[in-house]
Every structure is written in structure tokens, then in C-alpha cells.
Ligand binder design. Sequence first.
Ligand code: PGA
Length: 260
Amino acid sequence: MKKPLIAGNWKMFKTVDEAVTLVQTIKAGVYKVTDCDVVICPPFTALAAVSKILADGPIALGAQNIYPATEGAFTGEISPIMIKNVGCRYVILGHPERRQYFHETDDFINEKVKIALKYSLIPIVCIGETLAQRDNRQFLEVVKGQFDQSFADLTKEDILRLVIAYEPVWAIGTGKTATPEQAEQMHSYIRRLLNEKYGGEVASRVLILYGGSVKPDNIGLLIRKPNVDGALVGGASLKAESFSQLVVLAAEQSKVEARK
Ligand code: PGA
């Protein structure tokens, strides 16, 4: 098993003061954990304050979005250079909420992925189907389309520098998690797509996270699946206790696997 990655997506929650308190408590809760990588993605307004607290520590900072330009007259947008400058190593791209509420297309996400890589940010690129698409049994086709377009023109080296998050839309914030079997089916399918396009070596190294109602009581079974390399966590990342527990549980599982 690869070292798991647990990423917290705080979405549009937490003022600067609340963010500072939360990140300090998380830091204290996970400081002993070495077998799991951790990323925290606060809202833009809290990045600078959280960055100071995480400086020189093992927890990485991420942003939740960027605009695909270096700078310019794009009122209300934030560039890759700006988040880099504030200390971000990661950026979430193509989150289903951005696709749904802000009409982001795969082509636009592809532009963002390219510019993020250009500025040495690690994109966490989300793909996943809606409930209707799952019910119509189109989910593999939908995810393949998102995969092909969001990663268009990327080289093997590019792919090795990004993280994929499978986020079934029907499982986000709904309390309905994909079963470990449903997650594994899609993760192994994504791994197969990686293999077909970029070869086995690349396919085996890319981290594929699962996202959608991940909590301490379901992480264990999810992360035990061979192709689930970690989680992108929304709701449960807003409480220090549940987020720290997720990190500890993921790290324990990776130790168990290492001993096998
Ligand atoms: P959730 O969100 O854990 O609250 O379902 C996951 C996500 O949107 O990344």
C-alpha cells in the first residue's frame, strides 16, 4: 500500500479565527502520525493564517480552486501564483460543487490542471458521476469522459504529479457513502484507464482518493480496498476530533498493510 493521503476540504466554512483554532487542534491531534500524509484546504481568506501555523510541519496546505491565468483582470478570482505564494502545495480542482454550481467544464478544469502543474502545485482532480448517471448505469462512461478531457494533453510526468479524487456526486454531504465495493470498482477502473493511457508504472503510482461522506466509522473498510489510497473529506474535516481520527485510522491501516 502507498502511504495514504487524507485531505480536508473545508469548503465555505470557518472564519480566520475559527480556522486558526481548528488547525491548531488538528495539528496537536496528528503530530505523532508519520504513516499518513495530510493536506488541509481552508477557504482563501484563511490560507495565510493557517499557512503560518503549518509552516515547517508535515501537514500540507491546499487551496480549493484557482483561475487558470497567472494574473489579470479577472475580478474575484485567485491565481496559482497567489496560492503558491501563501504556502499552498496542493489545489483541489474540478470539485463536483464547482462543476454543479459554477458550471465548470472538463476543458476548463484541464486548463486549471495544466497551469497548476506549471507552477508546481499538486492538483487534486475530482471526477465522479451523479445519481441519475449511476442509476442509468452510465457511471463508467461518465468518469471516462471526465478523465479523458480533464487530463487531455498531459504527459506521464504530469500525471505522476497529480492526485485523483473519485467523488460520486450522490455521496457528497448526503451521508450516503459509496460502499467499499462501489468505491473499489471505480478506483480500479480509473487505475485501468491510467494503465491504458500512461502504462502500468504510472498507473500503480498515482494516488486515487475517495470522497463522499467519509467519516471515522467508514474509513477503515474503504481504505482497506487495494485501489483506495486515501480520502478527500468535507464535513468530517470541520471537526478536529473526527479529522484527526481519520488520519490516525488511515495511518494504522497502512502499517497493517506494510506488515503483510
Ligand atoms: P463530504 O464532502 O465529506 O462532506 O461528503 C466531500 C467533498 O466534497 O470533498
